[in-house]
Ligand binder design. Structure first.
Ligand SMILES: [Zn+2]
Length: 373
């Protein structure tokens, strides 16, 4: 097989490809434009493309403000609202532009699912996929949280993060998940909790979007598959998001008490809205201008429905399902001594119910845990 450098390949471009390459060269390879160097830049880019390398496009970088924990401006923050969100519950919270949403662990190891909408247009919502593609699987302090297309712009700035264990890989837990995979008909789950919390602003179960999973450590295994790790957040750990426009934020206490990432129990968390002041406010306002540079340039000429603003239902009475006090709190009378598992127990462990999939698809055989005799 000849060396790639010796192969002659005819390549033709359409006009939009040519426009892209010209723009890319001007933006990223200005030094090639000195003198008659532009053809060199073209050749360099084509070499990248034809040898299978990705184009060397750098991800956006953002200024990273000082951690607010060490800022002397903390003292000028004003508490606007505060909510303790109990197990089985969520809360829809208005966060005006220029304000900070703070979500804090009160006990620790409690995942918090998070939805967010433009307060004046609920169709613009947090785009977890775009956020993941720009900032990686585990966004943290210094990153933007991006909104959905066609706006596709920064909606929140990740201002503070003491836990550094947030996930964009997993969807919210749901009633279907517990029913179909665990055989449980009624169980607290993030989808139903989110839907009930968002109902206060006229949203429906269809409006729950992919969640940003706060305080949920995840990783990728050697086969490229995601997995969830035991929760590591402790009491006092918190995240803070700075609103770049008016939003409706909806955090909820994840309802999964069957997993180690919640340490097998459901705990309350605290959500606060804070108004920054002084130098911190001035610094954060500068981010709003930076965020505006990423506004979507146009909406392909199609008008948008205008009646999309969210407003609080004054008659809303929360009715969170499966959230009865006695069901979610530890029951001292129910504590039973648990014998250590024996090899016999483990051999008798039932296999997972095989999933029935359409179109002839099949799952790999479940793995039965065994121990040496
Ligand atoms: Zn959940």
């Amino acid at each position: 097989m000849p060396e790639l450098s010796s192969i002659e390949i005819d390549v033709s471009f359409n006009n939009q490809q040519i426009a892209f390459i010209d723009t890319f060269v001007k933006k990223n390879h200005a030094h090639f434009l000195e003198g008659d160097g532009c053809p060199e830049a073209w050749q360099a880019l084509l070499a990248h493309a034809l040898t299978g390398d990705v184009l060397p496009i750098s991800a956006p970088t953002f200024r990273d403000p000082k951690p607010t924990e060490t800022s002397s401006d903390d003292a000028v923050r004003t508490l606007v609202a505060e909510h303790v969100i109990q197990p089985g519950h969520g809360k829809a919270i208005e966060v005006p532009v220029g304000h900070i949403l703070r979500i804090e662990q009160l006990v620790g190891a409690q995942c918090v699912d998070f939805n967010c909408f433009n307060l004046h247009d609920y169709k613009e919502r947090l785009h977890v996929g775009r956020t993941r593609s720009i900032h990686g699987f585990h966004p943290t302090r210094g990153h933007f949280l991006w909104s959905s297309v066609p706006r596709e712009r920064p909606m929140l700035y990740f201002l503070t993060d003491t836990a550094n264990c947030h996930d964009t890989l997993y969807p919210y837990c749901s009633a279907g998940l517990y029913r179909n995979f665990f055989g449980i008909e009624k169980h607290t789950n993030c989808h139903e909790i989110q839907a009930e919390a968002q109902r206060e602003y006229g949203l429906t179960p269809d409006d729950v979007h992919e969640s940003f999973n706060l305080f949920m450590p995840t990783d990728i295994d050697t086969n490229g598959n995601p997995y969830i790790k035991r929760g590591t957040a402790v009491a006092g750990d918190h995240v803070e998001f700075y609103a770049l426009f008016d939003v409706l934020a909806v955090p909820n206490v994840c309802g999964d008490d069957l997993a180690h990432y919640n340490n097998f129990s459901l705990k309350p968390v605290k959500a606060s809205v804070l108004a920054p002041g002084g130098a911190e406010a001035a610094h954060l306002r500068s981010l709003e201008g930076e965020a505006r540079t990423y506004s979507s340039p146009h909406l392909v000429g199609q008008p948008l429905k205008s009646d999309r603003a969210l407003s609080k239902d004054p008659d809303y009475q929360p009715g969170f399902p499966h959230a009865h006090h006695g069901d979610l709190h530890p029951q001292p009378d129910a504590v039973r001594p648990i014998p250590a598992p024996t090899a016999g127990h483990l051999r008798q462990r039932p296999q997972c119910r095989p999933a029935v999939l359409p179109h002839g698809l099949d799952l790999p055989a479940p793995v039965l845990v065994t121990t040496p005799p």
